[in-house]
Write a protein that binds this ligand. Sequence first.
Ligand SMILES: *Cc1c(COP(=O)(O)O)cnc(C)c1O
Length: 404
Amino acid sequence: MFDVKKIREDFPILNEKVNGKALVYFDNGATNQKPNQVVNSIVDYYKTTNSNIHRGVHSLSQKATEAFENARIKIQNHFNIGSSKEVILTKGTTESINLVASCFTSIVSKGDEILVSALEHHSNIVPWQLLCERTGAELKVIPMNQNGELEVDKLDILINENTKLVAVNHISNALGIINPIELIIEKAHKVGAAVLIDGAQSSPHLKIDIQKLDCDFYTVSAHKMCGPTGVGVLFGKQDWLNKMVPYHGGGEMIKEVSFEKTTYADLPHKFEAGTPNIAGVIAFGEAIDYLNNIGLENIEKYENSLLVYAQKQLLDIEDVKIYGESDKKAAVISFNIEGVHPYDIGHILDQQGVAVRTGHHCTQPIMSYFDIPGTVRASFSFYNTIEEIDVFVSALKKAIRMLK
Ligand SMILES: *Cc1c(COP(=O)(O)O)cnc(C)c1O
C-alpha cells in the first residue's frame, strides 16, 4: 500500500521551516530529498567501513570493495542491464555524457552527423558541440512543436546514413514531456547509429528496462533518485565500450603501466580512473532499495495523480500558461503568469515556504523557442501531497495578486 504519511517520516527535511513557513519542496527536478536510510548508509560507511577499494588485501578494504561492487549489482538489476561490465560509475549524467562524447572523438569524422533534440538539457548539447568541433562532424536537431513534443515525422530525414549517434532525453527536465525514445532507437539502429538516452529525469519516475529499450548508452544521476550528489551511472553496450579508448587515465583503470606501453583494465574499470565516491555509490544502492520497496509503478501512479490535480488547479487560474501540454508527461509543470517575470513568482513563493525552480532550467534553446526568459517549474516527488499542492496554489494566487 502506498502510504505517503509513512513515507514522509523517512524524510526529516520535509519538516523544516523556510522563512517561518512549512517547507513545500517542489524542486525535485533539480534534485530530490534523501530518506534516512540513504543518509544513514553514508554515516555508517564512514564510521565502520571507510578504506579504499580494489587495492588493499586488508579486511576493511575488502569489505568496502564488496559493498561498492554490491551497489553496482543493485544498479545492474534495477535497470535490467545485461552485465555488470556495462555499469560504469560516474559523477552523474553530465560526466556520463561527456565520457561518451569524448570517447567518440576517434569514432566520428567529418561528414558524420550527431543528432540531438530541441528538448535537451545543456549537458546533452554542449558535449556534442565540442565533439563536432574536434571532428568536423555536424550537429543536427530534432525540432519540437508548440506542445513541446518532438516532431517525429521529421525523423526519417534527420536519421540517415550520415548519422553516427542520436542523443535524446527520456523525459525533458524543463517541460516533463516523455519522449518517444523507442521509436528513435528503432530508427537509429536501422542506419547503424548509436543512441544515448539521457535518463536523468526518467530514472526517478519510471521503471527502466535497459535491455528491452536496447539503447546503446543510458545515463542516470543518483541525486535525482534519492541518492547522493556526485554519483551517476553510464550504461554502455560492451561492443561500444570495448571500441572506446579510456576517457580518464590514472589509477584503477589500468592492467599494467610502463613508460613504453600501458594496458587497460577490463570493463567496467577501464572507465573508472581514480578513487570514486565510494560512500556515495553504496548510498545510491540504498536509494535503489528504498525506491524498489515502494515500487516504481506505485511511484509513477501516485505522482501522476499529483500532476493531474495540480494541473487542473493551475489551469483554473486566469493568466496561467503551461508549457508542454502533452498527455505523455511526468510530474513536472512548467508555467508562466502572463506579464510577470518567473523570478518574481519564485521569490514570493519562497517567502511562503514553497520551493520551485525558476529560470531556463539549463535548456535555453527551449526558452528561445517559446520566446520567454524562463518559466516557473514545479516538479513533484512521491513524498509530496495534495495538501502541499493546495498550499502552492494559494501561495501562487497571492503572488499574482501582489504582482499584477
Ligand atoms: C539534471 C539533468 C542533467 C544533468 O545532470 P547532473 O546530475 O547535473 O549531471 C542532464 N539532463 C537532464 C534531463 C537533467 O534533468
